[in-house]
Design a protein around this ligand. Structure first.
Ligand code: PAF
Length: 279
């Protein structure tokens, strides 16, 4: 039976007697197959699974994006029940940010480029809420999707630097048959935008192919991705990146693990995707 809890006190009481280890899947709701895959991995690894549903206002730079973020708790809870989640924590904002809350968890260099540059304050909001969730749930394991590659790197750094005992586990990107990475934001695409959106994946794969054929110039791979994206009139590229897989510094030459990533706007909807290049 899936329990739906609202307060910190209820959550603590429920967690006091559950079998360990606990697997945590933090979400902002509007669950899709990508979330299901995280929950399934958590279910396979742990006798107790906790999913949190909280649209975190502190990680949106524009109030409008926060308001527009899709929500359907009834459906989300049904999905959690279907996947065998033990506890859904779906708190009101003041159970996460208690009255007088005045702390910011701010990760350094790894949080600055890419999404950090495009969305100022975003990773402070993510790191702060995830630190709270790690503290409240005290899970042994927490599961995040590779689609938000930089987010996982930021959370790993935060957990390591603050000596938080929760192990961060990254799960593969789940895609539609045409290659579009699943995202809660896909729902905002018009039919024409949805038809054009697989270009993110196509751009990344074109660069991967060049890399596979021996190309090691960062500029050449960035140009390949940009060319694929600009060929699609509805796609407005925000960034194309070929970055060091550990530091996220832009690379002139690829000599080790690298992260290819793109952010593209389709009208008012912003999509991201990435691919790891590993020897
Ligand atoms: O990836 C998300 O859904 C959110 O950034 C997270 C990790 C749940 C924090 O609000």
């Amino acid at each position: 039976m899936t329990q739906v809890l609202r307060s910190r006190a209820e959550l603590r009481a429920a967690l006091a007697s559950v079998p360990r280890p606990v697997g945590l899947v933090p979400t902002m709701g509007w669950l899709h197959d990508g979330h299901r895959s995280l929950i399934r991995r958590a279910r396979a690894d742990n006798p107790t699974v906790v999913t949190t549903i909280f649209v975190n206002p502190r990680q949106f730079s524009q109030a409008q994006d926060f308001t527009k973020y899709p929500r359907n708790e009834v459906r989300d809870v049904a999905i959690c029940a279907d996947e065998g989640v033990d506890i859904v924590w779906a708190p009101p904002a003041d159970e996460v940010y208690v009255p007088g809350f005045d702390t910011l968890v701010s990760v350094g260099a790894i949080a600055l480029p890419l999404e950090g540059a495009a969305r100022p304050g975003h990773f402070d909001g993510v790191a702060t809420v995830v630190a709270i969730l790690f503290g409240l749930v005290g899970a042994e394991h927490a599961y995040f999707g590779q689609k938000d590659a930089q987010q996982v790197m930021v959370i790993r750094r935060m957990a390591r630097d603050l000596a938080l005992p929760t192990e961060v586990i990254t799960c593969p990107i789940v895609r539609e048959p045409d290659g579009l990475a699943l995202s809660s934001r896909n729902v905002h695409l018009s039919l024409a935008e949805r038809a054009a959106a697989p270009v993110l994946r196509q751009a990344l794969l074109a660069a991967c192919r060049k890399w596979g054929a021996g190309e090691r110039s960062g500029d050449a791979l960035r140009a390949t991705m940009r060319a694929a994206l600009t060929a699609v009139p509805l796609a407005q590229p925000e960034y194309v990146s070929v970055a060091d897989g550990l530091t996220l510094r832009e690379l002139d030459r690829i000599d080790g693990p690298a992260l290819l990533s793109v952010a593209v706007r389709f009208g008012s909807t912003r999509l991201i995707d990435n691919e790891l290049l590993e020897a």
